[in-house]
Design a protein around this ligand. Sequence first.
Ligand code: GDP
Length: 313
Amino acid sequence: MKPRLFIAGHRGMVGSALLRHAIGLGEWDPLIADRSTLDLLDSTATLRFLETHRPEAVIIAAAKVGGIHANNSLPADFLYDNLLIASNLIHGSFQTGVKRLLFLGSSCIYPKFAPQPIREDSLLSGPLEPTNEAYALAKIAGLKLCAAYRRQHGCLFHSAMPTNLYGPGDNYHAEHSHVIPGMLRRFHEAKEQGLPEVAIWGTGTPRREFLHVEDLADACFHLLEMPEPPDWVNVGWGDDLSILELAELVAETVGFTGLITTDPSKPDGTPRKLLDTSLLKARGWQPRIRLADGLRGAYADFLSSLADKTLRT
Ligand code: GDP
């Protein structure tokens, strides 16, 4: 019998990529639960679900997520929901004898002014970026909870910290999305409406690294099979670009030929967020999908979801 793997958050961009990957690999028996069946904010319901289905492994891809604006304006929701999701699933997994658990976080757990590229040991060495502090604190708590259960009880609970992700199934909300889906949508609409210019948020000077969600899914399964995984490990592309350079690439992908301007009244967020990925590389994993190729696929996914009215916003 194949081992049962619970993918928490399978409707999201990361969870759905994990599910596709698990099905493709054919080595796991994937277990999923819709929000109507299981409310991950409810500890009793989460424990009951784990007791009933007894997964051998769990990946926590469920989270309340959003871009710079959502994080900045809904700090209570981001902190409370993400703390509960992490603690309900991690503690419930321990109680029900889950053998292996992979918790997904984000590169925003690292201090705002961490030396770049950011190594795993920068964690908790300085203040966080204020625009996403609430989300980051919940993810740090989840990571530490996994490490604590591993140390105290010997269970293989560990974490992966991906850089900014993009790909099929992204959220294209006009204000609450991350930069790539936000820009794909705005440049597309500008092209459709024949607008002469698009203003990107902030100064365009912050630098960001982007990883395709299929690469992240591949890394997660690589980590799940590692006999002695690190407590937490960075998952990134290894190189970054400025937001203005990204805007030019998105405009080219979409076919928008007008002017790109900046809107410094919107926040820039952290100046740079590039992960040092040497630890995972040394453990035999590397990403494959280049940004220009990944963006073409993401735009095709945007267009098809728009056409069949399944666009997540
Ligand atoms: P962050 O990586 O946590 O800062 O989150 P985002 O992905 O939301 O934003 C990354 C950077 O892109 C920030 O400097 C934003 O100001 C900038 N940006 C430019 N245009 C957009 C946009 O349309 N949407 C978003 N979310 N960010 C944008």
